[in-house]
Design a protein around this ligand. Structure first.
Ligand code: ADP
Length: 733
């Protein structure tokens, strides 16, 4: 069924017509076969009828001949053997009985003495069968095929005895029959022309043949055919294959007997080819089939035509709907107009497609409207550029950026809007982007505003690829960054100015600290001289305080000088052998007094592997260690300060001096640890802080150690103390 529905409608209709026509064709064939049967039966009946009429005719002929012969045998002229009188009687009778070929009378010796048909010479019939049988039987006897001696024509003769008073046979009256008459019977029958009949004598010699008699009369029948006839029943009617003709035939046979004779004297066979009988029925059936075929062909053509008309009309509707759809009219609907079959399904699919298109168009329209709003309200200039550089599309904001009208912008060359100083680079980038060498561009570019003014823009460019991979166009988005750019420039300039100012300040600071140190040393020298002049106790106290303050001031000046030197990179580091252990112990010894004053223990452990002498700057090492140990003492109230010195193999396989200064002091807040090593920064920078200092010690120490190729690290926990570690690569000297 599914296969049927997949066929085109025209074929479906034709198939239906054929299916309806099939039983009709069956009926026609069935009727035709019945007609053929009927034709055969009717032919069979006709052959029987013909055979019957021939038999009756023959029997009537025999009966009339017998009558004639009986009456002749009574005539005196014949009894007296009056040849003239008898001949006259015979010819009279012969005249009124045209069926008879001759009537003649022979004596016992067979000599014919009177004959209805005159003969030129007397003739003898002693050898004839009918003569011999009549003499022998004394009654009506049959003959066989002969050629009459009187008429010289083929004839079948019967004999009747002529008896005297005592009943003794004195002669034979013979009557010959004309056999052609049976041809008329055949003509009168309703059988077709090809029907025929044959009359045989007792030996199987053709007495007569319905078709072409002259070809057969007197000839012997096919012995097999005659044997069948001989051995067959007295009456039969069968359909059998003709031995003589070889075709299928309706064959009706009869045996004719004379009363008193043991064997039949004549055999009749009526035959007709079955094919000839069927001709009419076949023709009729053929005609019917032809007519049927014609009607069928017309029905098929009509079905095809109807199908085509209905299909064409529906296709026309679909076509019109398609055209409407192509023109953008998505309201077109055809499913209600085109129903059923594949076209109906197609129409439904068409409507569904139109529905989908409507939805999609709606979505597209909304999205386009959204994009347009974004496009037009964007604070960035957006444009589409052909790979060759021509501007094809732009938003209003871009016209403001470029300071031109939309009409001027569309169709203009993109490079013309670039500042001449950057135009060449811009053109190169456009070409690289269009050729696919690069996928996008993102950079700052200088553009022209109204051809005279200029502005800074940040350009983001992308290539739009066609399905075949070639560039369909380029999208450029330009954001005005002139303000930002100017701010950046100003910032840069400000920074440069600040750096210069800072440098000036540092230089001033350096010069100042240097210049201040000289008079301060003078002041300190004078105070020390004054102390040697036996001052009073009160004066000594004042002088010593002034000396301490002065030393503090010199320390600050030295620190500032070191810091500025470090910043300018002019910090000098010596490289000469010095007594390492002695240098460390010296620092510890000087500071142990201060520790003692605070009630703290200051331990120093120098590992045995630490060399006596190394190459380096002794004073700078002492400066760093002094700062770290002094800090440890300063920020420790209870407990101790421990200095541990080892000499280890560094990561670059260079021997390193590792000095750790551990204290049990106040420690450093985790949130403040990042401030260490920043110039002038102190964890507690309040004016009321309990610990003095400038906040320069660690910065200078770090810079010194770094200049020596080492580093300073620390770990500290508020309230638990700190550990500062200095690592300096030293070659033993
Ligand atoms: P100064 O000691 O002159 O203030 P530094 O640069 O030597 O300057 O030290 C900076 C700051 O680091 C100190 O003010 C102090 O807050 C903190 N600090 C340094 N060493 C220690 C330490 N051992 N324990 C606690 N705080 C310390």
């Amino acid at each position: 069924m599914s296969l049927l529905t997949r066929l085109p409608i025209r074929f479906q209709l034709i198939l239906i017509v054929m299916l309806v026509a099939l039983p009709a064709a069956g009926i026609i064939v069935h009727n035709g076969l019945q007609q053929r049967n009927e034709a055969v039966n009717s032919a069979r009946r006709d052959t029987r009828k013909l055979a019957e009429s021939i038999v009756q005719e023959q029997q009537a002929t025999i009966a009339s001949a017998l009558q004639i012969m009986v009456s002749l045998s009574q005539r005196a002229e014949i009894r007296q053997k009056n040849t003239a009188g008898t001949t006259s009687i015979l010819s009279e009778i012969h005249k009124v009985t045209p069926n008879l070929t001759n009537i003649f009378i022979a004596d016992r010796a067979g000599l014919v003495w009177a004959s209805a048909v005159p003969s030129k010479a007397p003739f003898v019939i002693a050898d004839r069968r009918y003569f011999k049988n009549t003499l022998a039987s004394g009654q009506l006897s049959s003959g066989e095929y002969i050629v009459s001696r009187a008429t010289n024509r083929p004839s079948f003769t019967v004999g009747y005895p002529l008896k005297d008073e005592e009943g003794k046979t004195t002669g034979v009256i013979a009557v010959g029959f004309r056999l052609e008459k049976y041809a008329q019977l055949l003509m009168r029958s309703s059988l077709p022309k090809v029907a025929g009949f044959s009359l045989f004598d007792h030996q199987g010699v053709f007495l007569f043949q319905g078709i072409e008699p002259e070809k057969y009369i007197g000839k012997k029948a096919d012995p097999r055919q005659f044997r069948e006839l001989l051995n067959g029943p007295d009456e039969s009617s069968v359909i059998a294959r003709s031995i003589a003709m070889g075709d299928e035939r309706i064959i009706t046979t009869r045996k004719l007997r004379l009363e008193g004779e043991a064997t039949p004297y004549m055999y009749l066979r009526v035959g007709i080819p079955v094919a000839s009988v069927l001709v009419t029925a076949n023709e009729q059936m053929l005609r019917n089939l032809l007519l049927f075929s014609f009607v069928l062909a017309m029905a098929v053509i009509f079905a095809g035509f109807v199908a085509e008309r209905s299909v064409i009309a529906r296709i026309a509707l679909l076509k019109e709907a398609s055209r409407n759809l192509a023109q953008g009219d998505y309201r077109t609907k055809v499913a209600a107009l085109v129903t059923g079959s594949e076209l109906g399904k197609l129409a439904e699919a068409f409507d569904a497609m139109a529905e989908k298109l409507t939805e999609r168009e709606e979505t597209l329209r909304n999205s386009e409207a959204r994009l347009r709003v974004i496009f037009e309200t964007s604070q960035a200039g957006i444009m589409l550029v052909e790979p060759g550089g021509t501007v094809t599309y732009a938003n209003t904001y871009l016209t403001e950026l470029f300071g031109c009208t939309m009409a001027e912008l569309i169709g203009s060359a993109y490079p013309d809007h670039i500042h001449p100083s950057e135009r060449e680079t811009g053109v190169t980038q456009l070409r690289r982007l269009a050729s696919g060498e690069i996928d996008s561009v993102n950079h700052e570019r200088r553009y022209l505003r109204h051809m005279d003014n200029d502005f800074w823009g940040y350009l983001s460019g992308r290539r739009l690829d066609a399905p075949d991979g070639t560039a369909q166009g380029l999208v450029f988005i330009i954001v005005d960054i002139t303000d930002r750019k100017n701010t950046m420039i100003e910032l840069h300039q400000a920074r440069e100015a600040a750096e210069i100012a800072n440098e000036t300040k540092s230089r001033f600071l350096m010069n100042m600290s240097h210049e201040l140190r000289t008079p301060m040393n003078g002041v300190l020298g004078m105070i020390q001289l004054a102390l040697f002049e036996n001052p009073s106790e009160k004066q000594r106290e004042c002088l010593e305080t002034a000396l301490d303050s002065g030393k503090g001031l010199v320390k600050i000046l030295s620190d500032i000088l070191d810091l500025t030197k470090a910043e300018f990179g002019t910090l000098t580091i010596l490289n000469e052998p010095f007594d390492l252990r002695g240098a460390i112990l010296e620092v510890v010894r000087i500071l142990s007094l201060e520790a003692k004053l605070k009630g703290l223990a200051l331990n120093c452990a120098i590992a045995s592997e630490v060399p006596e002498s190394v190459i380096g700057d002794k004073l700078r090492l002492q400066q760093v260690l002094t700062n770290l140990i002094a800090n440890a003492i300063k920020f420790t109230v209870h407990g101790k300060v421990a200095v541990a010195v080892t000499y280890e193999q560094g990561p670059s396989c260079r021997p390193e001096l590792v000095c750790t200064v551990t204290d049990t002091g106040i420690g450093i807040l985790a949130g403040k640890q990042h401030l260490l090593f920043q110039p002038f920064s102190q964890v507690d920078d309040s004016l009321s802080r309990p610990y003095g200092g400038t906040g320069l010690g660690l910065v200078i120490s770090k810079k010194i150690v770094e200049r020596m190729g080492g580093c300073i690290t620390f770990i500290s926990k508020e309230g638990s103390g700190s550990i500062f570690t200095v690592t300096i690569p030293y070659a033993s000297g």
